[in-house]
Design a protein around this ligand. Structure first.
Ligand SMILES: [Zn+2]
Length: 400
């Protein structure tokens, strides 16, 4: 009896082992799939009647292809735009996302085949589109623009993706009002992203927020502009969202506030940046740090950047950067010793990619420099920086 049950157990065990050997390659393959393939984890969007930004979030880098499809009346399909993401799996995200902003109707997602995720945008009316990828975390950004449709302006749902009330339909027949100028101020970093930290512990994210709030108050006093901030608290806001906010708000000016850092303790000075490719090693290093990427990931972006930089806006940005930088240096030099101007430069900053208005990113002193850090802690120094930037903006606005 004992012998018999022992045999049965042995037999069962060998059967189980055999099954395991059979299934092992399958189990491994599945594990390998989710380990090597990228997962599409979410889709985000921001819009107004003339602009929509869609961001597809992935947990790994993936190659992708995009296509524009014509309207197909026989299949009752509108004009569509789709992105095929290779070696990707669809995460738990909605199959259909309503956009209905006059440019796009819906974004649809699906596992097109075992290796490809397809994201389709059903188009209402668009004139132009741009697709590019940003790294760390990897995301594919689709910017579309157009004239929009008035009919649709009134029916855009009040989603979290919309701030500005759409009253254009009610005022459209009255005498055209002069549009109020809008300035967007972007305090760099925030929340889990502290930015650079000084030797005495001062964090870039806190300095930029202080400066941005002071600049907002100054510009509200000195101009009639509407001033919008990309953040007013210590919160994390992704770089592509900051750009989207400026575009959605139809900003006339975009000013991103940062402070610099270097391994060279003595490095000091103030520099202003516009978006472009860069040959300068220090500027590349800085852009990589501000983008939270490596320099090689930066070159991926530079490769497509020439297509993304609108020449007209680049010229306007150069004018804005020069005016603001000159007046800033002039003001700060009057009150402080040893202020160095590092000039107006260019580099591929993510936060400037896709901006549809003159845009400048300012590096206001080096937090890594002992004297600069001490100054950046003082409200007097920050007020002087703000005075200088504000002077420049007022000058630019008056001359524009
Ligand atoms: Zn920064």
């Amino acid at each position: 009896m004992r012998e018999f049950s022992k045999n049965v157990i042995l037999k069962k065990m060998s059967q189980a082992l055999f099954l395991l050997i059979l299934l092992l390659p399958l189990l491994c393959a599945q594990g390998a799939d989710s380990a090597t393939r990228s997962n599409v984890t979410s889709i985000r969007h921001w819009s107004n009647p003339t602009y929509t930004r869609i961001v597809i979030d992935l947990d790994k880098k993936s190659t992708f292809k995009s296509h524009l499809l014509r309207k197909d009346p026989s299949l009752k399909k509108p004009r569509r735009f789709y992105v095929d993401i290779n070696d990707a799996l669809l995460g738990k995200i909605p199959k259909s996302i309503e956009i209905n902003d006059g440019l796009l109707k819906t974004a649809r997602t699906g596992q097109y085949n075992s290796k490809t995720v397809r994201v389709v945008l059903d188009i209402e009316s668009i004139d132009d589109y741009k697709v590019f990828a940003l790294s760390n975390p990897y995301r594919i950004v689709i910017d579309v623009s157009g004239k929009g449709t008035l009919k649709k302006r009134a029916v855009v749902p009040p989603a979290k993706t919309f701030i500005r009330p759409l009253t254009k339909t009610t005022v459209i027949k009255k005498a055209p009002k002069k549009r109020r100028l809008t300035i967007v101020i972007d305090p760099g970093h925030g929340g889990r992203d502290p930015g650079a930290t000084g030797r005495r512990g001062l964090k870039e994210k806190d300095v930029t927020l202080k400066i941005a709030k002071m600049l907002r108050d100054s510009l509200k006093k000195r101009t009639k502009a509407r001033v919008v901030m990309t953040r007013t608290r210590d919160v994390y806001v992704p770089l592509e969202e900051r750009t989207a906010i400026a575009n959605r708000e139809e900003a006339d000016l975009f000013i991103s506030i940062h402070v610099n850092a270097s391994r060279k303790r003595k490095a000091t000075g103030i520099e202003s940046y516009i978006l472009n490719v860069s040959e300068d090693a220090e500027s590349k290093r800085l852009a990589a740090r501000e983008n939270s990427t490596t320099i090689s990931e930066l070159s991926d972006l530079e490769f497509i950047l020439s297509d993304l930089v609108s020449k007209a806006k680049t010229n306007d940005s150069v004018v804005l950067a020069n005016i603001v930088h000159t007046s800033l240096i002039k003001t700060v030099k009057k009150k402080y010793r040893g202020i160095k101007s590092n000039g107006v430069k260019q580099a591929p900053f993510y936060v400037l990619v896709g901006t549809r208005m003159p845009a400048v990113l300012m590096e206001l002193s080096f937090i890594s420099n002992a004297r600069d850090e001490k100054r950046l802690k003082s409200s007097k120094y920050l007020a002087t920086l703000v005075q200088g930037i504000s002077d420049g903006v007022v000058k630019y606005v008056d001359g524009a």
